[in-house]
Ligand binder design. Structure first.
Ligand SMILES: C[S@@+](CC[C@H](N)C(=O)[O-])C[C@H]1O[C@@H](n2cnc3c(N)ncnc32)[C@H](O)[C@@H]1O
Length: 437
């Protein structure tokens, strides 16, 4: 594999692709590491630079504008990102300043923009000598105005904490596979491998690593001993409370984190149908099940339409709708969401969510439970969505959604990044009236 770029040049190029051209951060990074040969240390540093620039873009862009006499031309926009990569190191990291400047300047040549060396050198030296002090709150400045307004409106008391939480590096959380080992035993295995972790007090199966590591270093990872999953996502299996032998539908299942957890809890003794509209994501779902040695019937299907997959004659006893959503609760893990989401997406997502609830309700058995959840913190995708749905049904009952830390909203419960020690998720349990009673 070739290595053609230094770390700063690689990071600047990817930031340009992600922020200006709309590429996904995960996909761009995976593609870079597949095609270019970087040491594990360099990979970590590139990742840090890209996540950092995506997180702090508003602040860095404001500082860049103050340093540049005229904005960099569109055809040279990658150089704008070279500057942001340099500023990120100077303002937010403890990289030795001379290396931050020299290596960032040399990225210009690597990107075939030799002419920009003096410009970047001059800007970074000014920023080093005379760092711009901004009056605004940096967390708030580093959110697009429509997201800032949406958070302020929905969560006026918690808005500052949420925006601070969105800009923090999240911990790496593991879900121990109870079919392999107890959580305590796996924690000991981690310790033997030199990986320090803490018991997650909010979940039954979770461990929180003190430092993130590559999954390749986790004991028995390939054999299915554990999975990487945030605490907020792990709580879905508790809430759904499946029992061995049940018919369960996971309607938006890929890549399979929650499907697998539910199966692990029931020792793989469920009749589990796992759907996803995306064929490529269903491939990932197959991979998840294979690694964890679990069984589910996987169907590529649109769960908002009349079933193209076989449904049980008596209906499902449990249905999970982990609905497609804006992802505004998981910005700390996916900071590119701030750059890719548009206000118009919300309305579109709301109609898909409403269609999923409406369509799948018919396939829930009497007495059965549906868990509707999202990784959003916007009421329009969450409690407002469920309220509207329940008001249209004469056999839907809102039941308690017991959660260790979430705050109650009407209906359902909500976690918030920066407020609760987990990602921002919404959950609501709805039960179908039992016609026998
Ligand atoms: C939040 S993700 C699911 C994550 C998954 N539950 C997990 O824990 O790994 C939402 C998923 O819904 C899928 N999706 C979107 N619209 C759908 C539809 N109409 N029918 C089925 N799946 C859909 C997306 O492809 C995406 O994989």
């Amino acid at each position: 594999m070739a290595k053609t770029l230094n770390t700063r040049a690689a990071a600047a190029k990817l930031c340009w692709q992600i922020i200006d051209k709309g590429h996904s951060l995960d996909a761009a990074l995976a593609d870079l590491f597949e095609t270019q040969d970087f040491s594990p240390q360099d990979r970590g540093f590139i990742q840090e630079l890209i996540y950092g620039v995506c997180r702090w873009y508003g602040e860095l862009d404001t500082v860049a504008a103050s340093l540049l006499k005229t904005p960099i031309r569109n055809k040279d926009r990658v150089i704008h990102f070279v500057l942001l990569v340099g500023l990120y190191q100077l303002r937010k990291l403890d990289t030795a300043e001379h290396a931050a400047v020299a290596e960032t300047v040399s990225a210009c040549k690597q990107l075939n923009k030799q002419w920009a060396k003096n410009l970047i050198n001059g800007c970074l030296r000014t920023a080093q000598r005379d760092p711009l002090i901004l009056e605004q709150d940096m967390n708030s400045l580093s959110h697009p105005s429509w997201i800032r307004d949406a958070i302020d409106t929905a969560w006026p008391q918690q808005a500052a904490a949420i925006m601070a939480g969105n800009n923090q590096r999240p911990p790496m959380c593991l879900r121990v596979n109870s079919r392999h080992a107890s959580r305590d035993d796996y924690q000991s295995q981690l310790a033997e491998a030199g990986i320090a972790s803490d018991i997650d007090p909010n979940t039954r199966d979770g461990l929180i690593l003190q430092q993130p590591v590559s999954v390749t270093l986790l004991p028995q990872f390939d054999q299915g001993a554990c999975s990487v999953q945030d605490s907020a996502a792990q709580i879905a299996a508790d809430l759904l409370d499946c029992q061995p032998g049940m018919h369960v539908l996971d309607a938006c299942a890929a890549p399979g984190g929650k499907t697998a957890h539910i199966l692990e809890r029931c020792d793989n003794q469920l009749s589990m149908d796992a759907l996803d509209i995306s064929e490529s994501r269903c491939e990932q779902l197959h991979g998840t099940l294979a690694r964890l040695q679990l069984n589910a019937n996987v169907y590529v299907a649109d769960a908002s339409e009349t079933p193209s997959w076989p449904t049980p004659a008596t209906g499902y006893q449990r249905i999970l709708i982990d609905a497609p959503c804006s992802g505004l609760g998981v910005i700390r893990r996916h900071p590119d969401i701030k750059h890719h989401r548009r206000p118009s997406d919300i309305e579109q997502l709301q109609s898909i969510q409403a269609a999923l609830l409406q369509n799948l309700w018919a396939y829930l058995a009497p007495g059965g439970k549906m868990l509707y959840m999202t990784c959003s913190i916007l009421p329009a995708e969450n409690n407002a969505q469920v309220s509207q749905f329940v008001a249209q049904q004469n056999d839907a009952m809102l039941i308690a959604t017991p959660h260790p830390v979430a705050q109650t909203v009407e209906p359902g419960v909500q976690t918030l990044p920066g407020v609760h020690a987990m990602d921002g998720f919404y959950y609501c349990l709805i039960q179908k009236a039992n016609t026998d009673t």
